[in-house]
Design a protein around this ligand. Structure first.
Ligand code: ADP
Length: 451
């Protein structure tokens, strides 16, 4: 087992990883930018090293500075968290070359799923249903037009290197296809250094449902059921839950989805924690869209309903330990709901709202967990994603989990900050949420109606 782990991230996830390590008696090294000297992940860690100025390119994405910090402190492994370097195969390779353990999958698995056109082909070859679309990237506009005709409009043009909802265009009719192809290629090239694009049929009114998987280095793997992440704005998840209320009404679907996720993992010899994402039509048809080769923001809802410590397992697996979880012993207990609390202004199209946080007092209560990235007196700077905290409520049933989340949000001390708290509470109190009657467009419509 490792004696010392460097956490190459910031905010709530870095604080959480440090906390898990402390619990296991593993020493931690925090790295931070000049803007984050007073952040909780820095205060919690045993050692901290400033790796550069505030912009991520000069600090949290500076691979040389991070590797140097690991060497200087004698860390044996690096946990990348999510975002930042977590899906960077080149960084994972550099860790290997430097004799450091990257806590995550091997670089080849990251590469295999990082190109989304290739990931589709891999999933399809493993027998996992994929959305009807192109076989791999399309560079010829006439070929793209023929594929779009065959699968039928509306279609989505997606950048093969895309992520975070960037580099995706909905095309309703043939006349608009060429422009979408061109703009998607430009966007892919400028944002991800990859101009390849592919086509998918647009599934109307879908839900976004994903499956958590865990594989060890010895070929043993399990799934930890699904998460429902349908409530999104601009393709960014806002409220996530486990289990999915839709799947719980159609339990036969659960087995199919979870088996498909395991098959996708097995197809690439996956090791460590990963998430296989699907769009699910209202008719229950499900289709692979991508695999995230890292820990997800919303992993706590899975931890709540299964009692499994995902970060703990990531560390154990990276250290070579066998995964001792057996599928037949894993069960779902109750319902968990996660709300992402952002420093943003719902009255101004949810623009990030940096500024001081004079009060920051997370609530405590039965079944309530808060993974916080800030402490009172800290400043929310414009350099990073404005996620303040994740609030997770767990209860024996969904209605109680919803009520707990709502009450805990109300009790969160945030005076003086502009946040999306009231917006999230309004969603939790809406009858459509109670009925779990929503699709991926629901939250956007709800926000417009309130504006
Ligand atoms: P990213 O990697 O940018 O997050 P994804 O491929 O995961 O992109 O898609 C993001 C979101 O876009 C999904 O959660 C879903 O809401 C929507 N989406 C993606 N593909 C489709 C599709 N074929 N049909 C309908 N909606 C889709």
């Amino acid at each position: 087992m490792f004696d010392k782990i460097l956490v190459a991230n910031r905010g709530e996830i870095a604080a959480r990883i440090v906390t898990v390590c402390r619990r296991r008696g593993i020493k931690t090294v925090a790295v931070h930018s000049e803007a984050d000297a007073s952040a909780p992940h820095v205060a919690l860690a045993d050692e901290a090293i400033c790796i550069g100025p505030p912009p991520v390119r000069q600090s949290y994405l500076d691979q040389d500075a991070i590797l140097a910090a690991a060497h200087k402190t004698g860390a044996q492994a690096i946990h990348p968290g999510y975002g930042l370097l977590s899906e960077n195969a080149a960084f994972a390779r550099r860790c290997d070359d430097a004799g450091l353990v990257f806590i995550g999958p091997g670089p080849d698995a990251i590469d295999a799923m990082g190109d989304k056109a290739r990931a589709r082909a891999t999933a399809a070859a493993a027998g996992v249903p994929v959305v009807p679309g192109s076989d791999g990237p399309v560079d010829d506009d006439a070929v793209a037009a023929a594929i779009a005709e065959r699968i039928g409009y509306p279609v989505l043009v997606k950048a093969a290197g895309g992520g975070g909802g960037i580099g995706m265009q909905l095309v309703q009719k043939p006349g608009k296809l060429d422009r979408a192809l061109a703009s998607c290629r430009d966007r892919g090239a400028s944002s991800f250094g990859n101009a390849a694009v592919y086509l998918e049929k647009y599934i109307e009114s879908p839900r976004h449902i994903e499956v958590q998987i865990l594989f060890d280095r010895h070929g043993h793997g399990v799934h930890l059921f699904e998460r429902e992440c349908t409530l999104q704005r601009r393709h960014q998840k806002v409220i996530e839950e486990a289990p999915s209320p839709f799947i719980s009404k159609n339990p036969a679907l659960r087995d199919g989805l979870c088996e498909a996720a395991l098959a996708a993992g097995r197809a690439i010899g996956y090791v460590n924690a990963g998430t296989v994402e699907f769009v699910v039509g209202q008719d229950g048809g499900y289709y692979f869209i991508e695999m995230n080769t890292r820990l997800q923001v919303e992993h706590p809802v899975t931890e709540a309903i299964t009692g499994v410590d995902l970060i703990g397992w990531q560390i154990d697996i990276a250290a070579g330990a066998p995964l001792t979880l057996e599928q037949s012993a894993l069960t779902i207990t109750g319902n968990a709901i996660e709300c992402r609390l952002y420093a943003e202004d719902p009255a101004r199209s949810f623009l990030p709202k940096p500024g001081p946080l004079p009060v920051f007092a997370p609530p405590v209560g039965e079944g309530v967990r808060v993974d916080a990235g800030y402490v009172a007196g800290q400043e929310v700077t414009p350099y990073y994603d404005p996620l303040l905290a994740k609030l997770i409520a767990h209860a024996p049933d969904r209605a109680t989990a919803t009520a707990r989340a709502d009450a805990a949000l109300a009790a969160f001390g945030l005076d003086g900050a502009t946040t999306n708290r009231d917006f999230v509470r309004a969603v939790l109190q809406d009858p459509a949420f109670a009925a779990a009657d929503f699709d991926t467009g629901w939250l956007e419509r709800f926000a417009k109606d309130r504006a």
